[in-house]
Design a protein around this ligand. Structure first.
Ligand SMILES: [Zn+2]
Length: 154
């Protein structure tokens, strides 16, 4: 049984895997398969960036069909959208990419076409700890995604 089959059967309308289904998978020794698809478990729905709270919307592939986009960050409505049907690693990367757009807006650089190296390092150095400290559950989920894919490499 492949991971897509197992996981797609478990995902509910909210795009999450219910706790009961996770426990059931553990009981039936399918947890290794499930771990590879943890992107659907504990998926965050909000993230705080400085004084702003962004809603996170998990969209499917039809949202980005025909484009090379996997997500977007809308500063005005404070919504981050990510295609939730990507691999764990691509979801982790896309989510962080859109989150950094939100950070750049909070940092006052959303409209900057270019940013010099020292400014970039200042922004990342100051803001990455801030968003990590303010969103422990989000980054626990994010680390799970990366970790699950690291296990498949070994
Ligand atoms: Zn971008």
């Amino acid at each position: 049984m492949n991971s897509k089959g197992v996981v797609s059967e478990m995902i509910n309308e909210a795009g999450q895997i219910p706790e009961e289904a996770v426990n059931n998978a553990k009981a039936h020794e399918q947890y290794d398969v499930l771990k590879k698809s943890l992107n659907a478990v504990h998926r965050p729905t909000t993230v705080r960036v400085g004084c702003y709270t962004y809603a996170i919307e998990w969209v499917d592939g039809t949202w980005t069909a025909g484009t090379n986009r996997y997500g977007e960050c809308d500063y005005l409505t404070q919504i981050i959208r990510v295609n939730g049907q990507l691999s764990n690693t691509r979801i982790a990367e896309t989510f962080l990419h859109e989150l950094m757009h939100a950070v750049s807006d909070w940092y006052g650089r959303a409209d900057a076409e270019t940013i010099d190296r020292e400014d970039l390092c200042l922004m990342v150095g100051h803001c990455l700890p801030m968003i990590w400290i303010d969103n422990p559950e989000v980054f626990a989920w994010w680390c799970e995604l990366i970790g699950a894919d690291m296990e498949t490499v070994n």
